[in-house]
Design a protein around this ligand. Structure first.
Ligand SMILES: NC(=O)c1ccc[n+]([C@@H]2O[C@H](COP(=O)([O-])OP(=O)(O)OC[C@H]3O[C@@H](n4cnc5c(N)ncnc54)[C@H](OP(=O)(O)O)[C@@H]3O)[C@@H](O)[C@H]2O)c1
Length: 300
């Protein structure tokens, strides 16, 4: 029999991930803070709960996909939270990006109530979530990981167990360091070509077919080419949240990460110029704008 799953957090990523669970035939109960965002899932066959505790009460597996550690703490350990409703033996798949310290704290709090937490954040964005083609990097009890693998497998194409609690959350920060640095490098290369007179689309296609071509370069094509038209997949604010966690971890471990620090600085510039809710690819617009201003100064 399929596990009963509760899914909490129906944002840009959570909604398509919850849909993947329904498609795979899992009985699903959902909860979202802003209730109207749960309605499309009700229409698709999910039961809508009135609180995280209610959602968790009938579940074998609970999934959280929320903005940050504060949101996860309030949904899991807060009043009417998951731990108030979950039965002993429930597995909580924490799939947001919250970093290893928060992941371990959550696991310790849940263990007192007999709930096992796996940190299982994902790599890939909305497009890959819609195709259930994400990669999840998992930390925590290995047997629990094997037991919930079918649930993870319904939402992701690859499930990688990295080690004990916090290992998945750590790996995810490292992966987003790479995404942030790649975004910054694409932005700089693209704008350099544009300023030199090469058409943006041609330059992007050259990057995509070069040695550094990747799935990320492919699925961000439209966002880099026409940033103002494309819908937002991953906000500048959420990426800077992740780099803040990554920079703190790197400092603790005494790992120098100057490339990531530079990418973080450009996120501050991009948020000032484009707003917090702009897509990550708006970093290129920020570089473009600085180059334009520099060009004007040089001409005057
Ligand atoms: N977008 C991506 O490409 C991507 C890729 C990989 C990983 N991630 C990570 O996945 C997580 C979700 O990202 P997303 O892009 O789906 O974010 P999003 O669209 O902003 O959705 C955030 C979700 O968190 C809920 N939430 C926020 N604060 C809350 C609180 N205090 N209490 C209860 N619920 C709260 C929101 O509820 P409301 O609807 O009520 O606001 C919404 O359901 C983040 O940790 C992000 O870093 C994102």
């Amino acid at each position: 029999m399929k596990s009963h799953v509760a899914f909490i957090g129906l944002g840009r990523m959570g909604t398509p991930m919850a849909r993947s669970l329904l498609r795979a035939g899992f009985p699903l109960t959902v909860f979202n803070r802003t209730a109207r965002r749960a309605e499309p899932l009700r229409g698709a066959g999910a039961t809508v709960a009135g609180s995280p505790a209610e959602a968790a009460s009938g579940a074998d597996v609970v999934v959280t996909m929320l903005s940050d550690a504060a949101a996860v703490a309030s949904v899991v350990t807060g009043p009417e939270g998951v731990l108030e409703g979950a039965r002993e033996g429930t597995v909580l798949l924490e799939m947001s990006t919250i970093g290893p310290t928060a992941a371990r704290e959550l696991a310790a709090a849940a263990a007192e109530r007999g709930v096992t937490v796996l940190d299982a954040p994902v790599s890939g964005s909305v497009e890959l979530a819609e195709k259930a083609a994400l990669t999840t990097v998992v930390g925590g009890d290995r047997d629990a990981f094997e037991r919930v693998r079918p649930v993870l497998g319904a939402m992701t194409a690859a499930q990688l167990w990295l080690g004990p609690s916090g290992a998945g959350a750590t790996m995810k920060l490292a992966l987003n360091m790479l995404i942030a640095a790649t975004t910054e490098a694409i932005a700089e290369g693209l704008v350099l070509c544009e300023r030199a007179g090469i058409e943006r689309e041609r330059a992007y296609d050259a990057i995509a077919s070069s040695a550094v071509g990747s799935r990320f370069v492919d699925y961000k094509r439209a966002a880099f080419l026409t940033p103002s038209d494309e819908s937002v997949a991953f906000t500048l604010e959420l990426m800077q949240k992740d780099l803040t966690l990554a920079l703190a971890l790197a400092r603790d471990l005494r790992v120098p990460v100057p490339g990531v620090a530079a990418a973080d600085q450009m996120l501050t510039v991009a948020r000032a110029l484009q707003g917090d809710d702009g897509d990550l690819a708006r970093v290129a617009d920020a570089v473009r704008e600085l180059a334009r201003r520099g060009g004007e100064d040089a001409a005057s």
